[in-house]
Ligand binder design. Structure first.
Ligand SMILES: [Zn+2]
Ligand SMILES: [Zn+2]
Length: 251
């Protein structure tokens, strides 16, 4: 005969269940039938599924997984053997805390690599902008027979040559409207500046900026250096250590 409370099989003449001490004297034949096969708790399955998903959902499902796991454990233990799946529930509760440090370590490896890639992309876009501006300056000087006046070079390029406001922005800079300056000393060459002379360089946020090394900044690229366009139209990312070698004015 089976105990109706816990399902343990007992001797037919037993007075109490040998497992849970339930009185077996009044057990009817219907009660004495073998306990039906235990069902796996749906909540326990849900807990495990949510737990396994949690690393993919940035741990949004971690708390529901743990709550469902605990609820299903309580129900399983109170079900007198009709429900099973406590292993699944425990796994559902355990997966998020075990995965969290693993995911954190992975992020620690991936994030710096992503940041470097982002910085590299910023440099490329920045250099493309500056080359486009230098070409616009060339078009302007061909059209008007003189270089744009340094004190309003941004305005002149916007008004007379097809440049967009985005071309004046370095994505690594905190704000605009322009992050570039023209080398004010170019006028001192009387139109005969050597190819390697600075034409455009990176500076602090502003507009129509002109000057020399005193307003150059490497902050747009995390202090690694800055983009320079030279008089011959080529661009270079010049590292901070070699910025002192740049040519700005006649000797
Ligand atoms: Zn029992
Ligand atoms: Zn830049």
């Amino acid at each position: 005969m089976y105990c109706p409370k816990c399902g343990t099989e007992n001797a037919d003449d037993a007075q109490v269940c040998r497992s849970c001490s339930w009185a077996l004297t009044n057990v009817t034949t219907a009660d004495a039938a073998p306990a039906p096969a235990a069902k796996t708790s749906g909540l326990a399955i849900a807990s495990l599924v949510l737990g396994l998903l949690s690393p993919l959902t940035c741990f949004l499902t971690a708390i529901p997984a743990i709550i469902l796991g605990i609820v299903s454990l309580v129900k399983i233990s109170g079900s007198a053997g009709r429900l099973k799946g406590s292993g699944l529930a425990i796994a559902g509760i355990a997966v998020p805390p075990v995965c969290l440090p693993l995911v954190a370590i992975m992020m620690g490896i991936l994030m710096p690599a992503l940041a470097r890639t982002r910085q590299f992309a910023f440099r490329i876009v920045c250099s493309t902008n500056m080359v486009a501006l230098s070409k616009a300056m060339l078009i302007y000087s061909n059209d008007y027979g003189q270089n744009p006046t340094p004190e309003k070079w941004c305005d002149l390029l916007i008004e007379h040559v097809e440049v967009t406001p985005e071309m004046f922005r370095c994505k690594g800079a905190p704000e605009g409207p322009s992050n570039y300056a023209i080398n004010k000393h170019l006028e001192e060459f009387d139109g005969a500046a050597p190819a390697g002379t600075v034409l455009l360089f990176e500076t602090y946020p502003g507009w129509n900026q002109a000057g020399g090394p005193e307003i150059l900044t490497t902050e747009n690229h995390e202090g690694d250096g800055c983009n320079i366009v030279f008089v011959d139209g080529h661009a270079e990312f010049v590292r901070t250590q070699t910025l002192n070698d740049l040519r700005w004015k006649p000797d």
